[in-house]
Design a binder for this molecule. Structure first.
Ligand code: MRU
Length: 339
């Protein structure tokens, strides 16, 4: 075991040979319960309802959903793939994984081997990105992250959280701050839980404290994941990421996006073309299942936003680092993924 693998103990998506076992992320950190999916429809529901979430984990779960669909009989395979594809709109890893499974099915390949390859490749990509991203950090760096991009959101180790794990293991990181990530609290509930389990000290902040934190000089890098990176480097990620990037540029704090090649969508020219998921207003109007906003009030709940490439200092992928991303630099690394 290397020092960095010691900081990585969670596996949230587990294939059991005949069904998929998912750590139910809606119930963390109070309850560590698992759900068992035996049909593609159950996997689609788990993705839609955020039992499994995070772009790479969604793709991996969907790949196993395709295995379940194929085992249920060839007749409904394409319809079940379409149902899985429609579970969430923004994370392109979902579509990428299902396209890969459809191609494998068409070629007559073993679908379980393909799904396992998708899962294994993600873990390997995360470890590589961890090394590449941590190498960008100076000694004694303070970092701020957003949402949850760790083992819960991936096959393991994580993207942005993988860089933080690797940076901590290398002794480069002096302080880790995590934004709570309203309204679903991925940062407060999931990132803090994951880091505590792995003995990484972290400090929670309200999302609205981020600019003040940057002004204080306590952080030198904001490190986030991505749900879809367009061909010009514009990046969709959890709502609030764009505000962090604006504040970071204003304060001279550097901004790093960490995502595997499966999150890059060269068929989408720029951020304007990325579909942004709108979720139920109740996520804002209720708290712990109880309404806390005046009756009749309405709410607008986009759960992702787009950070323009011009605000990003580095995109870290397993293929390498793109500094100051632009269409040409994206093309150089990902040209083979054109539509
Ligand atoms: O709505 P979620 O929790 O699925 O959103 C997750 C994020 O926005 C993550 O930052 C992104 O998927 C990268 S996870 C490695």
């Amino acid at each position: 075991m290397t020092e960095t693998t010691g900081h990585d103990r969670v596996r949230a998506v587990q294939w059991q040979g005949d069904h998929l076992r998912l750590l139910d992320q809606r119930r963390l950190p109070q309850h560590e319960t698992w759900i068992e999916c035996r049909a593609a429809g159950e996997v689609a529901s788990a993705i839609r309802d955020l039992a499994v979430r995070g772009a790479p984990a969604i793709g991996i779960a969907a790949a196993w959903g395709a295995v379940l669909a194929a085992r249920a009989g060839a007749g409904a395979f394409n319809a079940e793939l379409a149902m899985l594809r429609g579970a969430r709109p923004t994370a392109v890893n979902l579509m990428w994984a299902l396209d890969r499974m459809a191609t494998a099915a068409h070629a007559g390949h073993d679908l379980a081997l393909e799904a396992q390859a998708i899962q294994d490749e993600d873990l390997a990509a995360n470890r590589r990105m961890g090394e590449l991203g941590a190498a960008l950090l100076g000694q004694g760096t303070g970092v701020l992250t957003h949402c949850n991009t760790g083992s819960l959101a991936t096959a393991g180790f994580g993207t942005a959280l993988g860089v933080i794990r690797a940076g901590v293991a290398a002794g480069r990181i002096a302080a880790v701050y995590a934004g709570e990530t309203r309204p679903w609290l991925q940062g407060a509930r999931l990132t803090m839980w994951e880091l505590a389990r792995d003995d990484i000290d972290a400090i929670l902040i309200a999302d609205s404290a981020a600019a003040h934190l940057m002004q204080s000089g306590a952080v030198q890098w904001v490190i986030v994941g991505a749900d879809r990176i367009a061909a010009n480097g514009d990046t969709a990620n959890k709502i609030g990421t764009y505000a962090l990037a604006i504040a970071a540029r204003h304060h001279g704090v550097r901004f790093m996006v960490v995502a595997p090649a499966s999150t890059v969508d060269m068929a989408t020219a720029d951020g304007e073309a990325i579909a942004i998921e709108l979720r139920d207003a109740d996520e804002l109007l209720t708290w712990a299942g109880r309404r806390h906003v005046v009756a009749g009030a309405r709410a607008w709940n986009p759960v992702f936003d787009v950070t323009p490439a011009s605000l990003i200092d580095a995109i870290v992928t397993e293929r390498g680092v793109i500094a100051c991303p632009d269409p040409q630099r994206m093309q150089t690394l990902f040209g083979d993924r054109d539509a």
